[in-house]
Design a protein around this ligand. Structure first.
Ligand code: HEM
Length: 188
């Protein structure tokens, strides 16, 4: 697979950025809700890991936006037009904005509350109420938006995979069941 994308699939750089970001986000979403319920060393470890991985997602998202701008674009998915196409594109743009908002608000919250300094340079204590700081609410809104947009993204991709064409193969994963030629012939 070439580094740059071609007309029918994403290149290795876009594929690697996509799957590493996806794995990190799938860890960040549940850990964000669960870490406040933990106690002692596990709690400190979970907060440290969340902040570090969140920082990685910020860098990866910026790298993805820069690479997407520079890289060649695969052809639009076949069989998508009008409102469907608009929804698909809007989902992508909003996901990027949501990820940027989630990671920037996380960084702002951690700096403003002194959490980052305490976890990485201090005694590891966690402020009693992070809701005293403005970016806490922004982080909730952005992370919820990311969760909802991700459901739409994954749902849309699988729907297309099963009813139209091998969409997931474009992102480097082969062998996921897709609509057969027979099904497509009956649809047309
Ligand atoms: C896209 C990246 C990120 C995702 C998906 C994410 C996800 C989450 C989620 C789901 C929550 C719980 C939200 C809630 O209770 O309403 C949370 C809380 C939190 N996140 Fe993130 N996060 C991300 C990036 C970051 C970054 C970059 C930092 C800091 C460097 C950070 C620091 C925090 C903090 C301090 C909390 C608050 C925990 C508490 O209230 O005790 N997050 N995150």
């Amino acid at each position: 697979m070439s580094a740059r994308s071609t007309h029918d699939h994403y290149g290795s750089v876009a594929v690697a950025l996509h799957w590493v970001s996806a794995a990190a986000i799938l860890v960040l979403l549940p850990s964000g809700y669960l870490m406040a319920e933990l106690e002692g060393g596990a709690r400190t470890f979970a907060y440290r890991a969340h902040l570090a991985l969140g920082g990685v997602v910020l860098v990866l998202t910026l790298a993805r936006i820069a690479w997407r701008w520079w890289d060649d674009k695969p052809d639009p998915l076949p069989g998508i037009d009008g409102l469907h196409k608009l929804a698909f594109e809007a989902n992508h743009v909003l996901l990027y904005l949501g990820l940027l908002g989630a990671s920037v608000s996380g960084v702002a919250l951690s700096i403003q509350s002194g959490l980052a300094e305490s976890l990485f340079l201090g005694d590891g204590s966690i402020p009693a109420n992070l809701w005293d700081f403005g970016p806490r609410m922004a982080h909730r809104v952005f992370t919820w938006s990311v969760a909802v947009l991700l459901l739409g993204h994954v749902g849309g991709v699988f729907l297309h995979q099963w009813t139209r064409s091998d969409t997931i193969a474009r992102m480097g994963v082969r062998g996921v069941p897709t609509a057969s030629h027979e099904q497509l012939r009956r649809q047309s």
